[in-house]
Design a binder for this molecule. Structure first.
Ligand SMILES: O=P(O)(O)OC[C@H]1O[C@H](OP(=O)(O)OP(=O)(O)O)[C@H](O)[C@@H]1O
Ligand SMILES: O=c1[nH]c(=O)c2nc[nH]c2[nH]1
Ligand SMILES: [Mg+2]
Length: 168
């Protein structure tokens, strides 16, 4: 999104691990897959956890970048497409493939990756309302004006008391 998000949703490593495990529980009720395509870079961490839990050992990447600075979405660039050995699994078009990303926001990234693998199952840990229709399975929805802060992007910092922040 291009406007500054109003709300912050900070996620710790523990919470991210738990939420990704919860995602895997949901996925385990949806079928089985031969390969994971993770959307780098945000999809790398959940993909490692999902792969471990589901026993999937073929992991491919699709490398997409669009957010250049905090909350500023620029032109979407596909830096690396999906290898043919993975996209042609099963009947092709992403059949037998699970796509994993950390979140869906506007849905722009998901749209591009879905068009590459229309038969794949798309899973994210978090979803915002605009992107939600593009995802098959997710765990937690946050509002569109929330920015999710992932543990790999953040560190411990002083927080002003809530009373101070709301004093105006
Ligand atoms: O639904 P959208 O509005 O397209 O946004 C979602 C995408 O944005 C982030 O990736 P980003 O482009 O920041 O790259 P990164 O994964 O390397 O951080 C996030 O990891 C998703 O892939
Ligand atoms: O760290 C992030 N948090 C977000 O809420 C978000 N939306 C798109 N890209 C994002 N990256
Ligand atoms: Mg990403």
């Amino acid at each position: 999104m291009t406007v500054s998000p109003d709300k912050a949703f900070p996620v710790s490593w523990d919470q991210f691990h738990r939420d990704t495990r919860a995602l895997t529980w949901r996925l385990s009720g949806h079928g089985t897959w031969d390969a994971i395509v993770c959307v780098t870079r945000g999809g790398l961490v959940p993909a490692a956890i999902v792969a471990r839990e589901l026993g999937i050992r073929v992991i491919e990447t699709v490398c997409v970048a669009s957010y250049h600075e905090y909350s500023e979405q620029g032109e979407l660039k596909v830096l690396k497409p999906v290898a043919e050995s993975v996209s042609r699994l099963g009947e092709g078009g992403g059949d037998r493939v699970l796509i994993v990303d950390d979140l869906v926001d506007t849905g722009k990234t998901a749209r591009v990756v879905r068009d590459m693998l229309p038969k794949a199952h798309f899973a994210t840990v978090y979803a915002k309302p605009m992107g939600r229709p593009l995802v098959d399975t997710f765990v937690t929805e946050v509002s569109q004006d929330t920015w999710i802060f992932f543990p790999w992007d953040t560190g411990l910092a002083f927080q002003p008391p809530i009373a101070q922040a709301t004093r105006g």
